[in-house]
Design a protein around this ligand. Structure first.
Ligand SMILES: Cc1cc2nc3c(=O)[nH]c(=O)nc-3n(C[C@H](O)[C@H](O)[C@H](O)COP(=O)(O)O)c2cc1C
Length: 340
């Protein structure tokens, strides 16, 4: 991706209903990734709003233990949103009852973006892009029941022949949502192919609620490009934050002062990864916490010459002690220039 360009930054504070956010750069919902430890690491580098991992309303309405564990929030991890997936209002309402009685979320988002086949086959996620009337009923039901801001996350459309984000955006606004998140790819594109900036700009022009855009935010310049090309009010960082929580500091610095921060030295990457590991083990216990951290090693050291053997070795690591010992070999692997 081309991350060059010079742009201007002059954005008002992001307000979603009654919720005022300090920053208009948010951490995207990331199923399987954005547990409490990942969110806390991103907070360290300045992200102002996070989401817990997407929750299936039906699973939560059955009061599943694992699902409820996903909803634990650290006091430092605020403000924070919850995203629900589902297509049947009764289950969604039951899920809201569980959420309200146990947790203090600042925002409820409804997922109309998930492209996973088995999800869409159930008529959930991106499949609702094809059912505006049903979507309207669900959104109205949620808004009536939930007393804090409600948003919706949509895609540009179902496929390239049905790019109806503008229509769905209008339906969402008429239903009463307080903001719209939009991933500028259609359902068939999944996470590849080019982001459609124009359709995001069209949605922005056609509704009055804030538009928070998503797609290929991998550096400060791509963040600026999203603001400039779409006129959006905020952005979501998704894959760009994997192994790179520094991206939030970089974007902030660039948008405010036009300064490009240098990449963190290997010593800081190691320190951050080890802190992430500590948090993960505290959250999930040693066995699961270590297992969940394996994939992050490849992301934290992406592009470095020793990343491949490191990834292979980390897959055999089982305890925190072994994990730390492996990571402590990195300074010897890295060259002197990288270390300073
Ligand atoms: C591993 C992974 C998990 C995701 N989980 C969710 C999710 O639970 N809910 C959602 O609305 N979007 C989810 N997304 C989509 C992202 O929030 C984002 O919209 C998308 O990745 C585009 O942004 P990017 O190109 O900057 O990664 C996920 C994406 C990835 C890569």
């Amino acid at each position: 991706m081309d991350c060059r360009g010079v742009f201007l930054y002059n954005r008002p504070m992001l307000k979603i209903g009654s919720l005022k956010l300090e920053s208009n750069v948010l951490l995207a919902p990331l199923a399987g990734i954005s547990d409490s430890s990942f969110r806390l690491i991103c907070r360290e580098f300045g992200v102002g709003f996070t989401f817990v991992e997407m929750i299936n309303a039906r699973a939560l309405s059955y009061k599943g233990k694992k699902t409820k564990k996903m909803l634990r929030i650290d006091p430092h991890d605020k403000p924070i949103g919850i995203q629900l997936l589902g297509a049947e209002l009764p289950y969604l309402i039951q899920a809201l009852e569980v959420i309200e009685s146990f947790y203090d979320f600042d925002l409820l988002d409804f997922n109309v973006a998930c492209p996973v086949r088995k999800v869409c086959r159930r008529g959930e996620g991106a499949a609702l892009m094809k059912e505006p009337e049903k979507l309207e009923k669900i959104l109205k039901g949620l808004i009536q029941r939930w007393h804090k801001p409600v948003t919706v996350k949509i895609r540009s459309g179902w496929d390239q022949d049905s790019k109806n984000a503008v229509q769905i955006g209008k339906v969402a606004e008429q239903s009463g949502v307080h903001a719209i998140f939009i991933h500028g790819r259609d359902k068939n594109q999944l996470y590849a192919g080019s982001v459609d900036y124009k359709i995001i700009a069209d949605v922005k022009k056609n509704v009055r609620v804030p538009i928070i855009a998503s797609g290929d935010i991998f550096c400060a310049q791509s963040a600026q490009k999203m603001f400039d090309e779409t006129g959006c009010d905020g952005i979501l960082v998704a894959r760009g934050a994997l192994g790179n929580p520094w991206i939030f500091r970089e974007i902030d610095e660039f948008l405010k002062h036009k300064r490009t921060l240098p990449a963190p030295p290997v010593s800081e990457v190691i320190k951050t990864l080890l802190k992430h590991l500590e948090l993960s083990v505290a959250e999930h216990g040693e066995k699961n916490g270590v297992a969940l951290m394996r994939k992050f090693v490849g992301w934290y050291f992406k592009g470095r010459p020793y990343v491949r053997p490191l990834r292979q070795k980390v897959n055999t690591v089982k305890t925190k002690k072994e994990f730390v010992a492996l990571i402590e070999t990195i300074p010897a692997l890295a060259n002197q220039r990288e270390m300073c």
